[in-house]
Ligand binder design. Structure first.
Ligand code: ADP
Ligand code: ZN
Ligand code: MG
Length: 513
């Protein structure tokens, strides 16, 4: 019997709004003294009235639009009942049948293959408080988190591997950070995932099933609750595939939906309870919050304002800078990194335009003409700069180096005024001291570097003293440039590297020598 894996994810994002979902308390969670950010509304006192947070509605709608959701023009809140010490009202205000978004999708790339993930819905709700298990056995409750705005995103059961689930979560993390709606750190609980998984046999002649699937062709799912890292999601799903495969192979597949927890120490999932159906929650419309009507113009305006999303940026970077997918992925991981890289590229172009005295070449053309330098700069960021930043305990903080200084170093490398080894040393000092590469080279005992920059001085002098020949070369008599090479060699008393001389002259004259 061949089995197919069916996975669907429910993902929560804590929205980084100023205030909570239905009251004016600061949305500070664990950053403030326990129970200091509370009020009668988020503590669930009788007679208080919730007021929906407009910023949360904005953020949720923006996220929904970015994921291609249909935005119904009327949305409403509902009460979802369950009893737990971290839920002071005895119900959570959530959205049941009129969420802020229905039917969305996202394209992701899994192992080089494009895949479309379908979303069922996205809705707003409030977070519960946080239970703290004290060493003396008491359970303490911090209500600072109670009422924090949450956005819940629900996929269709359309994923088929743990790797897909992980890639999807990573992409959603990036998108929520690009949109600025959540810090989306899984370990910190700003982003949480419940993973649902079932198996089903691929139909074949004579196959006997222990029981029939539901009307949509699926078998009862197991929900793994509160996975708080990408790795846990991947491992827990892989474990469930193994467990459920064995159950199918022994003729006893899971007959009931169940809720499991993940035990990372033992690497197993543990059954917690048989799952509640939606009827158990006794949903009904929140009588204290009237349905909200959005104006079409408001939604359209917001749709226009959505920033370039990570995947689009990746694709653009690959084409524009002619770099491989892996580099594009690293360079667009956060909007800060991507913006820094683009600033650096403009600076790099400016350096070259300055040096060659050429009129501004359009960026696109310049990048094409200087593809080697551009690719070298990209690789220097993703390998050397990222490496050094990680070493000094500032992983990924590219903004620690000014884009201008980095571009200057790339220019010096391209002009062979520093070689690769020295370049690495200079970059390290740039990270440590914030100085410009030129200053570091001048002050430092970086002898190879000063030797190389001595050649630049000679090249400049030869170009100045031979203006007529330079003009001829620029007019197309490229062979005349050999005279200039000879002049530089002579002035350097034969010590200059002819390769470097040719390259420097070529760069200055805008020709290949
Ligand atoms: P529930 O009402 O039990 O919460 P939903 O229909 O809302 O179930 O689905 C919750 C999540 O579980 C969704 O992400 C959905 O894609 C996924 N899911 C639903 N049925 C299955 C199944 N049989 N196997 C795997 N995932 C499923
Ligand atoms: Zn409050
Ligand atoms: Mg559900």
């Amino acid at each position: 019997m061949q089995l197919e894996t069916v996975i669907g994810l429910e993902i929560h994002f804590q929205l980084n709004t100023k205030s909570k979902m239905f009251c004016g308390c600061a949305n500070v969670g664990p950053d403030a003294l326990p129970n200091s950010a509370t009020c009668p509304i988020c503590l669930g006192h009788p007679g208080t009235l919730p007021v929906p947070n407009q910023q949360a509605l904005h953020m949720g709608t923006r996220f929904a639009l970015a994921l291609g959701f249909t935005i119904p023009l009327v949305t409403k809140f509902d009460r979802k009942h369950y009893a737990y010490p971290d839920l002071p009202k005895g119900y959570q205000i959530s959205q049941f049948d009129q969420p802020i978004g229905t039917h969305g999708y996202l394209l992701i790339d899994v192992a080089g293959k494009e895949q479309r993930v379908e979303f069922n819905r996205v809705h707003l709700e409030e977070d519960a408080a946080k239970n703290i298990h004290a060493p003396d056995g008491r359970i303490l409750v911090d209500y600072n988190r109670a009422g924090t705005p949450l956005l819940e995103l629900v996929t269709e059961p359309c994923l088929t591997t743990p790797a897909e689930a992980k890639v999807l979560l990573q992409e959603l993390q990036r998108i929520s950070r690009y949109l600025g709606i959540s810090l989306a750190d899984m370990e910190e609980g700003h982003m949480r995932c419940d993973a649902n998984i079932s198996l089903r046999p691929i139909p074949e002649v004579g196959l006997k099933l222990p029981f029939e699937p539901n009307t949509t062709g699926f078998f009862p799912k197991t929900e793994i609750k509160n996975l708080n890292s990408f790795r846990h999601v991947e491992r827990a799903l892989a474990y469930e595939i193994k467990r459920q495969t064995e159950l199918w192979n022994t003729g006893t597949p899971p007959a009931k939906e169940a809720t499991h927890g993940w035990d990372p120490q033992r690497g197993v999932t543990v059954e917690q309870r048989v799952k509640e159906g939606s009827a158990d929650y006794r949903y009904f419309a929140e009588p204290d919050i009237p349905p909200i009507t959005l104006e079409a113009a408001y939604v359209q305006g917001m749709a226009k304002d959505i920033v370039e999303l990570p995947r689009a940026k990746r694709v653009r970077f690959m084409a524009q800078y002619n770099i491989p997918a892996a580099d594009a992925q690293l360079l667009t991981d956060t909007p800060d990194t991507a913006n820094w890289f683009e600033d650096m590229m403009s600076e790099l172009q400016a350096w070259f335009n300055d040096r060659s005295g050429s009129d501004e070449v359009p960026e696109e053309e310049w990048t094409k003409q200087n593809s080697k330098i551009v690719q070298q700069a990209a690789t220097w960021v993703t390998t050397r700069l990222f490496g050094i930043l990680a070493e000094v305990g500032r992983p990924g903080e590219v903004s620690h180096v000014s884009p201008g200084h980095f571009a200057e170093l790339m220019t010096m490398l391209a002009e062979r005024r520093v070689n690769l080894t020295t370049g690495q040393v200079v970059l390290k000092r740039m990270v440590e001291s914030g100085e410009s590469p030129e200053d570091i080279v001048r002050e430092g005992d970086l002898t190879q570097v000063t030797d190389a920059s001595a050649i630049v001085g000679i090249v400049d002098r030869v170009l100045q003293e031979n203006a007529e020949i330079v003009a001829e070369v620029k007019a197309g008599k490229v062979a005349k440039a050999q005279f200039l090479v000879g002049q530089v060699m002579k002035l350097s008393k034969g010590q200059a590297d002819p390769g470097i001389v040719r390259e420097l002259l070529g760069n200055k004259l805008g020709i290949q020598l």
